[in-house]
Design a protein around this ligand. Structure first.
Ligand code: AMP
Length: 280
């Protein structure tokens, strides 16, 4: 696996791949890799001739006071895992390579970017959209792979791809979980043993909502009440949001119909975790 740190070199490699007619699958990450990230790479491998991954802890998507400095960085182990999955090229630029001094252009997806995590973390999705747009320009993949775990991120990026005419397919991959239901996340590394147990309530609340839907309850108000009781009676949990929304616009839905997104964000101790389900 080739490790590339410079934008110019990465662009040169991708230009040559495209000239040769090689299809490029791209999986962007912030590193501290787990099976969720690797599932994106595996899917890319199955659908594209070459796979490029990136590791970049993007300062622009962290607000002051968030966990940018503490974010787990496990570069050597990440490289081993990506190589074992058959990644051809890893793009791992420094922050100053992506944001040289004087760079002032950002991308804001209005409306959608201000909902769910965008409401709790103002500016977060401008950081995400800006870095992903830059990565798309540098790599120009045929397909780009993202996890359904970050459902609001997918909604923001789909809108950006549509509005800015990116010539690529954005592929959403299912949430990978531990055996007990906890959605894999790089931030799970922050959890103490008791906190990890407490964190299971996110999945439990979603599962209860899912079961109520299966039993015929579709009213969002009733479903959210069920979820809220579970979350609010759990110890060590501070709910950020629990919402039933349209998966594309992220606007609230009065009724949880097929394809609606049930999304939750909560603090377990100081760690903010997210999870969601798509109504079947
Ligand atoms: P991150 O490194 O957290 O920015 O995530 C990089 C990509 O991996 C994003 O598209 C995430 O949605 C995806 N991802 C993270 N966790 C999971 C998971 N548990 N299952 C599937 N995809 C995931």
């Amino acid at each position: 696996m080739k490790i590339v740190k410079s934008v110019a070199e990465m662009q040169g490699i991708c230009r040559e791949l495209r000239t040769r007619g090689v299809s490029i699958g791209f999986a962007p990450t912030m590193g501290a890799l787990h099976r969720g990230h690797l599932s994106l790479v595996q899917r890319a491998r199955s659908e594209c001739q070459t796979v490029i991954a990136s590791i970049f802890v993007n300062p622009l998507q962290f607000a002051p006071g968030e966990d940018f400095a503490q974010y787990p960085r496990t570069f050597d182990e990440d490289c081993r895992q990506l190589e074992a999955e058959g990644v051809a090229v890893l793009f791992a630029p420094e922050a100053k390579e992506m944001y040289p001094s004087g760079a002032v252009t950002t991308i804001t997806v209005s409306g959608i970017g201000d909902r769910l995590d965008g409401a709790s973390r103002p500016g977060h999705f401008t950081g995400v959209a800006t870095v992903v747009a830059k990565l798309f320009h540098i790599i120009a993949p045929h397909r780009a792979y993202f996890g359904q775990k970050d459902a609001a991120q997918i909604a923001v990026l789909r809108q950006m791809v549509q509005d800015l005419n990116f010539d690529l397919e954005l592929v959403s991959c299912p949430i990978v979980r531990d055996a007990d239901g906890l959605a894999l996340s790089s931030r799970n590394r922050y959890l103490s043993f008791p906190e990890r147990e407490q964190a299971l309530v996110l999945h439990r609340a979603l599962t209860e909502i899912e079961q109520s839907i299966a039993h015929g309850e579709r009213r969002s108000s009733a479903l959210l009440q069920i979820g809220r009781i579970t979350l609010e009676t759990a110890t060590g949990i501070k709910v950020d949001y629990l919402a039933i929304v349209d998966a594309r616009s992220l606007l609230p839905e009065a009724s949880a119909e097929r394809g609606a997104l049930v999304a939750v964000a909560a603090y377990v101790g100081r760690t903010r975790l997210i999870d969601n389900l798509l109504v079947a």
